[in-house]
Unconditional design. Sequence first.
Length: 260
Amino acid sequence: MAPFLILLLIVVVSVIIWKWKPKPKMPVFVLTDQHRTILREQVRFYQHLDEPGRWRFEQRVAAFLSAVRIAGIGTAIDDTDRIFVAASAVIPIFGFPDWQYNNLTDVLIYPDTFNESFQFEGKDRNILGMVGSGYMNGKMLLSQRALREGFQVNNDKSNTAIHEFVHLLDKADGAVDGIPEYLLAHQYTIPWISLMQQQIDEIRANHSDINPYGASDKSEFFAVAAEYFFERPELLKEKHPELYSMLEKIFHQSPASPPH
């Protein structure tokens, strides 16, 4: 056999072996009393659960942290950051016991805002969170400042990390369009699309207290409305009862009526 063919065969075999070689597994994450203290003192959603609900929440947090890598980019992260990321992932899917984020492998934590080139220094840094696509598919980027503020500021309607995980749920059906087909029963699809457009129109007319960013498009409206739903559920139910009711159907949760 010619030397070139031998070399080519070696390369092909090496690639096949690399492709099929079992990837190293993430270590199983075990929650400690310190982790539970973070949940108990800083995660309001967890605070409002009954004891069985808290146990289930802890199991989901541990499972997430056993499956998804979390790394700091240009910043050091600690257990509080990890618990905040995991809690943000679990909150939107808590009504779906078997849900797993199969479209996520890594969460990258940046110190603050970043730009579309994923740079956190220089100009045009106005992004707080992003679900990756293309060569960044399977990755989520979050601002550490925004991540922490989402849990430390409790009187607003925003949580950047929850916002991005809702985008990830939206993306699970292949399109980030504000219509989470895997979560939303088919008979509610048309009413949900109609309600979104109505709410977007009200935002654009300055007749709504929903974050104006939600008027960007339907995908952003869904994520912004979900933030409001989980951060200030009682207020959303009071001011936007139809929207609250529809989000109950989407997420299979009633956060304004704890325990759940």
